[in-house]
Design a protein around this ligand. Structure first.
Ligand code: GRF
Length: 200
């Protein structure tokens, strides 16, 4: 599996995947390229530190389709056949989703379908839920939707702030994303409509 990772910022999920791949924890998976839509994304330097190829493709006032077409071209150039969104802050166009059907994963810091969109940790605290967590899901054209592959729960504490809760969720995100890729690279995942079946 030739993975392309799309980032917009910090890149800690990308780093968790890169470190698992370099430790041989995800057999059959290599990271072909990391693409950022933002030139100032800290994750770019981190990817380079892992010896991974990187590219910055800014939107520069173009339409989403035009921007996505350029990213697709770059991913194809690197032989990418599976895409991971890791803190990528843009909604993908139908063109992108159709180019990699059922071959795009995203991670989100809540137990979807609760609290999609921005500031999921703050939304969880303000709603008063006692348990939140993270979700790894396949991507379709809707925001934070698409078949759910894996979720890990995190308790919400009474004195939590979005930052404190976010930090605990992030640790679980790193585990969840690596586990999700292991399952996919191991051929253990089937999608039936909105439901994902994982072979034990
Ligand atoms: C993570 O919380 C992820 O769930 C969300 O954006 C954040 C990205 O963090 N989609 P990082 O760039 O992987 O550190």
């Amino acid at each position: 599996m030739n993975v392309g990772i799309l980032i917009s910022g910090r890149g800690s999920n990308m780093a968790a995947i890169a470190s698992a791949v370099s430790n041989g924890e995800i057999p059959g998976c290599r990271i072909a390229v990391v693409v950022s839509d933002r030139p100032d994304a800290a994750g770019i330097e981190i990817a380079r530190g892992f010896g991974i190829e990187t590219a910055v493709i800014s939107r520069r006032g173009r339409s989403r389709e035009e921007h996505d077409a350029e990213i697709i071209e770059k991913l194809k150039q690197f032989g990418v056949d599976f895409v991971c969104l890791a803190g990528y802050m843009r909604l993908l166009s139908p063109l992108f989703v159709e180019t990699f059907p059922r071959r795009i994963l995203n991670i989100h810091p809540s137990l979807l379908p609760a609290f999609p969109g921005l500031d999921a940790q703050k939304q969880a605290i303000e709603h008063g839920v006692k348990v939140s967590g993270c979700t790894v899901h396949f991507v379709n054209e809707d925001l934070d939707a698409g078949p759910i592959l894996l979720q890990l729960a995190v308790e919400v504490l009474e004195d939590d702030t979005p930052e404190k809760l976010g930090a605990r969720i992030l640790k679980q995100e790193h585990r969840a994303y690596v586990e999700a890729l292991k399952l996919i690279a191991g051929g253990k995942v089937k999608i039936f409509g909105n439901r994902v079946q994982v072979d034990k």
